[in-house]
Write a protein that binds this ligand. Structure first.
Ligand SMILES: NC(=O)C1=CN([C@@H]2O[C@H](COP(=O)(O)OP(=O)(O)OC[C@H]3O[C@@H](n4cnc5c(N)ncnc54)[C@H](OP(=O)(O)O)[C@@H]3O)[C@@H](O)[C@H]2O)[C@@H](O)CC1
Ligand SMILES: Nc1ncnc2c1ncn2[C@@H]1O[C@H](COP(=O)(O)OP(=O)(O)O)[C@@H](O)[C@H]1O
Ligand SMILES: [K+]
Length: 504
């Protein structure tokens, strides 16, 4: 259950059903108890230090008031900055306010200056956030992380859209609270894990408030996890009586003049992720040899026979007419196909290619970064980033393919109901040239070893991110991590996961 994600609309439906069964105010009380428990964990040995809680006008503020009362009753000094709205609070928030007042929490009018605090709790806005934070709310959001202590957001960091992970607003001065931790209620939410979400939410803990499962609706998405591609991991164990032909061929199509690095990176990644044979079908005939991996075979792209081979098209492909002709040929083939980089840019402007793509029956994975996705959708990258989940869904539907929308919290979308996952591995060390080429090569390698488009995308993205995390753990990055260091780390992870998934 822990990797399920719910939209705000779904959370409201669950909340409605549960509240009708439990009675008014029970969920808020439970939220306040769960948050206080987490706050005490975070305080650890610093229980003598005061906790600052900011409470907004809605029920998120009610949660903060409940939390404050619970902390006070646990002997912690609680300072509450309560900012009521113009409208009267809900009945449960009014009760939480009365409870906080009776419990002896200290109400303050402004943030304390130079105070030593044990924890800051953000209960300004949750899923009821309706517009960009402004004025005092914006000022507060910017200051909550300046006390040198952890910041715990209740439900959602205030200012962040729980569905999309974008900071709400249109202009450059939009702001949201930057929390170190978030306790999110009822179910986990997509916006905590993609776009700006990872920066603002920190470590996410989910508390279902004890709501019985039958009140839950179907999840809207999932967090990518090993169990989502475990079926193919288990099948990847290698029998003894095999040969290189048993594990498929990958051919990287790209490498126009002056762009040799991209296909070589993709090819090395495909090799180390287990493809039996890897070719580079290069547009530039001068590209002939990789001294690091002489196992790679270089061929002329135009005369290459793609049949029976998995194709990764795009790395360093350029936009020359010859590249377009090749692309048409591979899209028209029945080879499993990964389209990346320049292949996606060509596709974006070419209705004939798009028509051919729509007719494909073989597994097809598209791996756009936000700008490539924007070109495919005919919008700006800002529009894509404003709702990454929706953009990936839209592309999956439009091209009838598996979509990997890259970036922090990569979104993997398949053209099926509920077929959206958000990846949790990876870090900004990946924000360096060539890492996307590595991802496309890994995806090709998994496809050619018989994985489905969906599991190949989920597995490749998960391992690619986990490899970057492992390298950072070893001090190799995030600053200065290079794409070329990823394939070796991915190989280790793939072998470990296959070992762990294999039941003997
Ligand atoms: N109900 C339940 O059973 C449970 C609910 N739970 C908790 O409740 C939270 C949802 O509560 P909620 O619906 O009251 O919304 P919330 O996020 O507090 O904000 C709405 C208020 O803010 C205002 N407002 C909005 N944007 C604004 C802005 N930019 N700037 C200024 N004002 C703005 C808006 O007023 P408006 O001005 O838009 O009329 C309204 O007053 C949820 O996240 C969870 O924490 C849990 O206890 C579990 C059980
Ligand atoms: N800040 C980040 N956090 C997590 N992953 C990232 C981040 N920045 C980039 N990545 C990942 O790195 C890869 C970059 O791919 P791409 O943009 O195509 O780069 P290139 O074309 O240079 O290879 C993608 O897999 C993307 O998800
Ligand atoms: K909040």
């Amino acid at each position: 259950m822990d990797n399920l994600l719910y939209s705000v609309e779904s959370i409201r439906a669950i909340e409605h059903a549960a509240a009708a069964a439990l009675g008014e105010g029970v969920l808020m009380q439970r939220a306040g108890q769960a948050a206080a428990r987490f706050a005490l964990d975070l305080l650890g040995e610093h229980r003598k230090l005061p906790v600052l809680l900011v409470a907004g006008p809605g029920n998120n503020g009610g949660d903060a008031l409940e939390t404050a009362a619970n902390l006070r009753e646990a002997g912690v000094e609680a300072l509450v900055l309560y900012l009521p709205g113009e409208a009267a609070p809900s009945a449960e928030t009014a009760r939480a306010l009365a409870r906080a007042q009776a419990s002896g929490v200290r109400f303050i009018d402004a943030l304390p200056d130079h105070a030593q605090l044990g924890l800051v709790v953000d209960g300004l806005f949750g899923i009821g956030l309706a517009r960009q934070l402004q004025g005092r709310h914006a000022e507060l959001a910017l200051r909550l992380d300046t006390f040198g202590c952890p910041v715990l957001a209740l439900d959602v960091p205030s200012g962040l859209d729980a569905d999309t992970g974008a900071v709400v607003g249109v202009n450059d001065d939009r702001v949201a609270v930057s929390a170190t931790h978030t306790i999110t209620f009822i179910g986990d939410k997509p916006g905590l894990h993609t776009c700006d979400g990872r920066d603002h939410a920190g470590i996410v803990r989910v508390d279902d408030l004890g709501i019985e499962r039958h009140h839950f609706v179907a999840p809207d998405a999932r967090l990518n996890a090993v169990d989502m591609f475990a079926s193919d991991l288990a099948l990847a164990r290698r029998p003894q009586n095999t040969h290189k032909g048993s594990f498929g061929d990958v051919v990287i199509v790209g490498g126009a003049h002056g762009m040799a690095g991209a296909p070589v990176l993709a090819a090395r990644a495909a090799l180390l992720a287990g493809a039996g044979r890897v070719f580079v079908a290069a547009l530039d005939p001068g590209l002939a040899y990789d001294s690091v991996h002489p196992e790679l075979m270089f061929r002329d792209a135009v005369s290459f026979d793609f049949s029976g081979r998995t194709v990764v098209a795009g790395p360093g492909m350029g936009d020359a007419p010859a590249a377009r002709r090749l692309l048409f040929k591979v899209i028209d083939s029945d080879s499993p196909l990964v389209l990346d980089a320049d292949a996606l840019n060509q596709l974006a402007g070419d209705a004939d290619l798009q028509g051919k793509l729509a007719q494909r029956k073989a597994p097809t994975v598209l791996t756009p970064h936000p700008l490539e996705a924007a070109r495919l959708l005919g919008v700006t990258s800002a529009v894509v980033q404003a709702d990454r989940v929706e953009a990936a869904r839209e592309l999956a539907g439009r091209f009838d393919a598996t979509i990997v929308l890259k970036g922090s919290g990569t979104v993997i979308a398949e053209n099926e109901a509920n077929g959206v996952a958000i990846n949790t591995t990876g870090n900004p060390g990946l924000a360096t040239a060539g890492t996307g080429d590595v991802l496309s090569g890994v995806c090709g390698a998994l496809l050619t070893q018989g994985w489905s488009a969906g599991t190949a995308a989920l597995g490749a993205v998960w391992m690619h991110g986990a490899a970057a995390d492992a390298l950072v753990e070893q001090g190799i990055g995030p600053i200065g991590l290079t794409a070329g260091e990823l394939p070796g780390a991915i190989r280790s992870i793939l072998n470990r996961l296959v070992r762990e998934a294999t039941v003997r």
